[in-house]
Design a protein around this ligand. Sequence first.
Ligand code: BG6
Length: 511
Amino acid sequence: MERICPSVAGEQVFCVESPAPQCGLVVFGASGDLTKRKLIPALANLFKRGLLSEDFFFLGCGRKKLTDDDFRKIAADAVKDILPAAGKFLDGFHYISGDYSDSDFYGNIKKWLSNRDKKTGTIFYLSLPPSLYPQVVENLGRAELNKGDNDFVRLVVEKPFGRDLQSALELNDCLSKWFSEEQIYRIDHYLGKETVQNILMFRFANSIFEPVWNRDYIDHIQITIAESIGIETRGGYYDKSGALRDMFVNHMLSMLSLVAMEPPASFEAEHIRDEKIKLLRAIRPFNLAPWSEDIVRGQYDAGNIDGRQVPAYRQEADVEKNSKTETYIAVRLFVGNWRWQGVPFYLRTGKRLAQRVTEIAIVFKKVPHLMFASAGIEQLPANVLVLKIQPQEGIRLFFEAKRPGPKLCIGTLELDFNYAEIFGTDPPDAYQRLLLDCMLGDQTLFTRIDDVRLAWQLIDDVLNNWLQQDAQPPLYPAGGESFPQADTLIQKDGRNWRKISTRPGSPKSEM
Ligand code: BG6
């Protein structure tokens, strides 16, 4: 059954949402943070929207010893703001504890699943440290939980998918020994964000943007994921990872491929994923020569954010005192194809920056001839289209217009569209979309193995280069905007980073 959503304010809206088929989740690492913060609340929202199947189940699995009741209490707490009376939702929650290396654990899970009255689809969700993936997958396979008499069996894996090309391929070998590519759902939660998905709608559901979406009209594109948070309690993981592995190889490349890919023939998963792959394949290898560096990195020092003193990265818990891990990267890359020849893409991401902002800015070329020069106006800013991903989701277009008054008076104005203002609510969290799609068997927003391979291939040389250099990344003060090396990367091309620390609403300062 398909549900057609009501139109907003009488406008014509084409909106299709299918509810999940009969299925449930078996989550490994169920007592962990991701389950509590993301998975259970997302499921509660799907339940509230009537999108979960009648006999949906959530089987929590983990090392921690918990009873069904203990687990339901944890789940109730996680959804108290979404479903104050969560009784019916929580009925489907159960828990089995065990050791991930113990085959009995998987035997118990199998018994639990086969004791259910109905045979329904099963989704195994690995919400675990990646070092445990091979062990769990191997045991699932040996217990024949990868197939069986269920409707369908799927496997969801969280990032990071490996830590370089080789380890990603090894991990994939292990997964594909037991699960087919159609069963494997590799999560990149950025793809579940409404505004990231909107990139495709915006580009391919309108006829006015695509004709100018190319090297003839676009000067350059900037993709920014700035975070004001540090590494929180994840020092152990992050210190072995760094910004390139944590953000670039997945979230940033995903956004880049959506904004730069060719129009897919249809909204089918494989068509979209094929175009993403073609785009990734067209990215030129980075120039790592010191005189033309395409990638720079930095690490945050102590500083001040929103009036609060915060420690340097090296002073964070579980981080090496002389750590060389990068918490910031800025990248310049080129896509070697017909559409993008010569157009630079500047990407940056960093922790402990002045403000949280994720956006894609398409900076158009300036007008070819300035007819106002004779009247003394020598420079006009370029038009900029900003796809605002977070925290305020929307779209913003900066353009030049006449100001009231003197005959010749031009200034920058903006068209600003905000999701929250128009729809009266924030867009749903990414995990709602991703969990529902997985239940529906739609792999569009999940990363295919060739995507993973190409992404690692692109950065493997960079990682090796950094390893050989063994250098301390330059420090930037927490709460800052940028630092000289990152600025030089773009300024040497005669361009500037967009400011990240401006509050929305002041057009001039955002340019
Ligand atoms: C995660 C990274 O994948 O994404 C984190 O591991 C990062 O380091 C997070 O903070 C950012 O996600 P979001 O949705 O808050 O932008």
